[in-house]
Ligand binder design. Structure first.
Ligand code: GDP
Ligand code: MN
Length: 387
């Protein structure tokens, strides 16, 4: 789960990191209310709060000169649709704005902290090239990316602090500030189950102090059950409606951009299915794992989810019956397809428990279903059918 910049900054602040004083508003009335809180007639920065980066370039970050201009700008940004490299072409509507005392920037750096599963540790990435797209820097000049693994996450060593901060070329005072920021990032990661804490840019301000100008935090969804305070920060406006619907049925669903909807049981099989679709020249419309013991209702919900995606031109169902019985799946498919009046090609490949019963249910049904012998045959058939 992602949280907003202002929420991420609140968290970092709780653990000691320096951030600016700011206020949030979600409608014009709330923006007007802020007039009382913005006591200094100074420069502010108005920032669109959406779960995507690249807001600056898309007009979602504006520096203003005084209180009047700040409130006007906030009203202009609210409701705007921002298109950034992370929103997709349709963009995202700004439903809340954040107004912060602006900072003067001497230098912009990049720092992030993430879980490195392959090394079973926490890794810090830092770069002198802040404020920019880190993926782009990594591509153009990987020597600008500094990666430090923390050996013992309960005690960062002096060398590790020094190495993380080395690209910034700091003086001793600033190094002490850097350590505080590193500790704050580490504490958020450990205590709040974050998988990513990113500050981009981390700046040297006009007083030559390190200061967090932007913040992004991603929380591990699997840990949300023990993070009630974090769960309160969830903003459903920012999530894919189909993925919210999927989570109600405990379906692992991720929307993608292709044309072939997939319903599969098991994450490994789901990935193999997506690969095979690509091998046959098409793109999957989603990742969907219905899980091991899916009920008829769950299968039906899954099929509806796939069909709600307007890009879907055909569906491939690939089930290996283990705990999941092929006859249960088949009945779920028939029920859902009948209810929705399925009018696009559907290929089904079944194997495993109660496969003959499952195939019979499909064959007897009043719905046009293309049966496939194996996975390759299934992918071939669905691609042919939509061509
Ligand atoms: P992003 O584009 O979504 O990553 O949003 P950021 O919060 O990182 O803002 C984009 C850019 O706007 C930053 O890299 C800064 O250059 C600039 N910016 C943000 N806040 C301030 C501020 O308080 N003062 C100044 N001068 N620039 C700012
Ligand atoms: Mn940023």
């Amino acid at each position: 789960m992602n949280i907003h910049e202002h929420q991420a900054k609140d968290l970092l602040k709780k653990f000691g990191a320096p951030v600016s004083l700011g206020h949030v508003a979600t409608n014009p009335e709330e923006i007007d209310e802020l007039e009382k809180k913005l006591t200094d007639n100074r420069e502010y920065v108005v920032k669109a709060q959406i779960h995507a980066g690249g807001r600056g370039k898309a007009g979602g970050v504006k520096i203003t000169k005084n209180i009047v201009e700040t409130l006007e700008t906030a009203k202009k940004i609210l409701g705007k649709v921002l298109v950034t490299h992370q929103t997709g072409p349709t963009g995202k509507e700004v439903k809340r704005v954040y107004i912060e005392e602006s900072s003067q920037i001497q230098k912009e750096f990049y720092i992030s902290c993430l879980i490195d599963r392959s090394k079973s540790t926490i890794t810090f990435i830092s770069s002198s090239e802040g404020g920019m797209d880190i993926e782009k820097i990594a591509q153009e000049d990987s020597s600008k990316i500094n990666k430090i693994n923390i050996l013992d996450v309960n005690k960062v060593s002096e060398d590790e602090y020094k190495n993380i901060l080395s690209p910034f070329k700091l003086n001793n005072d600033q190094i002490s500030q850097g350590k505080i920021i590193i500790n704050a990032m580490l504490e958020v990661t450990k205590k709040k189950d974050a998988t990513l804490v990113e500050i981009n840019p981390l700046i040297l301000n006009k007083n030559n102090n390190l200061h967090c100008l932007d913040a992004k935090i991603t929380i591990d969804d699997n840990a949300l059950f023990r993070q009630p305070e974090i769960l309160k920060l969830r903003d459903l406006n920012e999530e894919e409606p189909s993925e919210i619907e999927a989570s109600k049925y405990d379906l692992a669903y991720i929307k993608l951009d292709g044309e072939i909807g997939c319903m599969v049981n098991g994450a490994g099989l789901a990935m193999a299915t997506m690969d095979i679709i690509k091998m046959h020249g098409k793109e999957p419309a989603n990742f969907l794992d219905v899980g091991g013991g899916a009920s008829k209702e769950k299968v039906s919900a899954a099929l509806k989810l796939i069909l709600a995606d307007k890009n879907v031109k055909g569906i491939l169902i690939n089930i290996f019956g283990g705990i999941m019985r092929c006859d249960v799946l088949a009945q779920g498919v028939i029920d859902a397809a009948t209810e929705i009046e399925l009018d696009i090609p559907l290929v089904v490949r079944l194997a495993g428990t109660k496969v003959e019963e499952g195939k019979k249910i499909l064959a007897d049904a009043n719905i046009k279903i293309l049966a496939a012998n194996d996975l390759n045959d299934a992918a071939k058939k669905i691609v042919e059918a939509i061509n």
